[in-house]
Design a protein around this ligand. Structure first.
Ligand SMILES: [Zn+2]
Length: 203
């Protein structure tokens, strides 16, 4: 008021992170958020990393087979380049399977936010041993909103805490489906671990 300049506050984006184990509804939640942005006439750019080949090469596919059409990229740098090539420029970036991205994704997301673009990222918060997974914990820390989703424990029906890997393998990344992972609450996970029915990462 009284100033000859109209100072408009620069629009800054927001970061929302949906995390949880497998079957906790992360991708369905991403789809729901996509619908809401679309209803608000926002241009949405959906993307996921190349590593996930299940069901479809182009869609973010939820376990109940709903499809969110998305770009597949091999790195955070490719994501950045693809985004800035879009015309019209998207208002929102939705990223699925965020845990599989390289560390560069953090800087790319920060750049989007500074440019006024909302980012919604979904992914696993922990690996099958209960250890924080990739870039997810960092993004949870810097997010505006974090939503932690839960599957149902297959042993007791409580909120699941982890995706229990029903296989013996050294690698942290095993792209698997229902027959390979079981959602378990912390108590049931500890019980199974104590029974040595799962290989532990910490010994
Ligand atoms: Zn349980």
């Amino acid at each position: 008021m009284g100033s000859e300049y109209t100072l408009e506050k620069k629009k800054i984006g927001k970061l929302t992170v949906n995390v949880g184990g497998m079957f906790s509804g992360k991708s369905s939640e991403l789809l729901r958020q996509e619908r809401r942005y679309t209803l608000a006439n926002k241009v949405v750019f959906s993307v996921k990393p190349k590593i996930d080949d299940r069901y479809s090469k182009q869609g973010i596919v939820t376990h109940d087979m709903n499809v969110l059409t998305s770009e597949v990229v091999r790195s955070s740098e490719e994501l950045r380049k693809q985004f800035y090539m879009q015309n019209p420029r998207p208002d929102v970036v939705l990223i699925d399977e965020i845990q599989f991205f390289d560390k560069g994704i953090i800087g790319v997301i920060e750049q989007f936010i500074a440019d006024g673009i909302d980012v919604v990222a979904a992914g696993l918060d922990m690996d099958r041993f209960g250890k924080p997974f990739g870039v997810t914990p960092h993004l949870m820390a810097i997010a505006d909103h974090v939503q932690k989703l839960h599957a149902v424990c297959a042993d007791c029906g409580e909120d699941a805490w982890i995706s229990y890997g029903m296989f013996v393998a050294d690698e942290e990344i095993v792209i698997g489906e229902r027959e390979k992972y079981l959602p378990l609450c912390r108590a049931c996970f500890m019980e199974r671990t104590a029974d040595h029915r799962i290989p532990s990462s910490s010994q």
